[in-house]
Design a protein around this ligand. Sequence first.
Ligand code: SAM
Ligand code: SF4
Length: 329
Amino acid sequence: MLLDTYGRVATDLRVSLTDRCNLRCTYCMPEEGLRWLDRPDLLTDDEIVRMVRIAVTDLGVTDVRFTGGEPLLRPGLARIVAACAALEPRPRLSLTSNGIGLGRTAAALREAGLDRVNVSLDTLRPEVFRTLTRRDRHHDVLAGLRAAAAAGLAPVKINTVLMRGLNDDEAPDLLAWAVEHGYELRFIEQMPLDAQHGWERTGMVTAEEILTSLRTRFHLTPEGATARASAPAERWLVDGGPARVGVIASVTRPFCRACDRTRLTADGQVRNCLFAREESDLRAALRSGARDTEIAERWRAAMWGKKAGSGLDDPAFRQPDRPMSAIGG
Ligand code: SAM
Ligand code: SF4
């Protein structure tokens, strides 16, 4: 298994399928985009499936989430999902997406074996969406959400980042809307992982503020001390349930002690933490003919060195060189 020196076991693998994206969310990347990874550096579909197979069959991974960049931009996505769904033991398969294109692909992805989807949506107002993402695609995201629910990718979760002065007044409206449509809403605190290095602790909207804002309209009861377990979201029942809302307070209430994540970037680097400054180059091993056992051994070694925490509260904290979009959020 993927154990570290603090006794944590990683069973949840995040696979980034591309660093490219069709949106330009201000908290993620600059308007002009980024210098994308060169194609030959990306793992091929077969290499990705092999890495997932090693993670699942040799290293105890039970949950695989495809992300990016925007994973729906990867042409082989359905094929990759199908191959991963055929693994024994079968991992739970999920996707984090901005939802653009999900309207066309949700049913096929479900058919291929995808279990669940998280769609990022920060606002109900098309003009705010345009400002936040620098693209006029609000309508496509809503269509993607509807298609995901219709395809049975349940529960459909929504990831929301609140930005001060842009959409920080929308928390209660978003929750009312999510409850009405049967989507599970989760707020994510803005993290210092943007390519522009524009994050400021004093500028971010905290979990506490979000909860205060939600409580102006809803009665929230904690789902219970055990509900969080290793899941990063603290969850509350909305007006007695069954609807729930989550808050992922990576900055103000970090959950590093319960972290069960391991990450694979689109260019085949294993990362033991979102905020890690080191990576392990498993692509080089893959492409130099290493056997599965050798790759598994290197993966274990990469996780063994995982630090106790993100280091966000350390005055010497430095953002990782890769932005969120190239790590896989
Ligand atoms: N493009 C897909 C999407 O937006 O869902 C998948 C990749 S994106 C990097 C994954 C998640 O990270 C999204 O929910 C996005 O809102 C979130 N995210 C991106 N940058 C962030 C930041 N600086 N702080 C917190 N969350 C961030
Ligand atoms: Fe793209 Fe997701 Fe980053 Fe937005 S958060 S720019 S959708 S990768």
